[in-house]
Design a protein around this ligand. Structure first.
Ligand SMILES: [Zn+2]
Length: 258
């Protein structure tokens, strides 16, 4: 009996170990933090990483993510060749990020390979109170989501191609985030309240949260002199752009063994 149980446990462990290969072929191994800094930024120590704003943000994001594996950046570069899921069998990626370093906020998005058009990252917004808005209002929001998706598609400086597809959904099961839409202004949070007046850049920033990225501005409870880069979309939701490490953080999760 005992042998049987140990045998079953062993089988379960083996199955768990090989499960990710159902999504991806190949053998993807995590790298050490230092190796990651080296490959992405040519940096050789944590001390040096903390002095480099991009490296520091990358490090902070990984620490706050429950999927904290560090897959080699060159493996992540093969994303476009590795996604072997169809639209009907899309890969769901979900987890939680310590939003503002504290609140464990959930993220969720899908990956699949569109025949002939390459890999797609899909995220859908469900509006809890959609019946309070006209179809014109909702199509304005859809248009801004499409522009936000283009910001992410065109801003990709990582060495692989992927298309971002953001839209509203009326199917709550398909939703990657469910929110209440307001006519007036709101600062969110992204998983609770959205404003109809947000710009497409602000929506691109909020979709960054939906894809598991944290705010980069200082959020130390006692105030801190840590500044973020105004040109980064997760630092500034008014004029920032996606950064290379954002793509690494989002796509590396598809290779994580958790
Ligand atoms: Zn934010």
């Amino acid at each position: 009996m005992k042998t049987l149980m140990i045998g079953r446990l062993f089988t379960a462990l083996i199955f768990m170990h090989f499960l990710p290969s159902l999504a991806f072929s190949g053998d993807f191994k995590p790298v050490s933090k230092i190796e990651l800094y080296k490959q992405l930024y040519g940096i050789n120590s944590t001390k040096e990483c903390k002095k480099n704003i991009d490296c520091r943000m990358l490090r902070r994001h990984i620490i706050r993510d429950n999927k904290n594996c560090q897959i080699g950046p060159r493996d992540v570069e093969t994303t476009d060749q590795q996604i072997n899921r169809t639209k009907d069998d899309q890969l769901k990626i979900s987890g939680s990020m310590k939003f503002l370093g504290v609140y464990p906020a959930k993220y969720k998005y899908y990956l699949y390979n569109a025949q002939g058009a390459g890999p797609v990252l899909k995220a859908r917004v469900f509006i809890n109170n959609a019946d309070e808005f006209s179809s014109n209002d909702l199509s304005r929001l859809r248009q801004k989501l499409a522009t936000a998706a283009k910001t992410w598609t065109n801003g990709n400086t990582y060495n692989f191609k992927v298309k971002f597809d953001f839209d509203i959904t009326t199917n709550s099961k398909e939703a990657t985030v469910s929110v209440k839409l307001l006519r007036g202004s709101t600062r969110g949070p992204y998983f609770s309240k959205w404003s109809l007046n947000w710009s497409s850049t602000t929506i691109a920033h909020e979709m960054g949260h939906v894809m598991g990225l944290d705010d980069e501005y200082s959020n130390h409870p006692f105030g801190s002199s840590v500044k973020c880069k105004r040109s980064s979309l997760m630092c500034s939701s008014y004029g920032g752009r996606p950064q290379m490490y954002h793509y690494y953080l989002i796509f590396r999760r598809a290779f994580c063994y958790i």
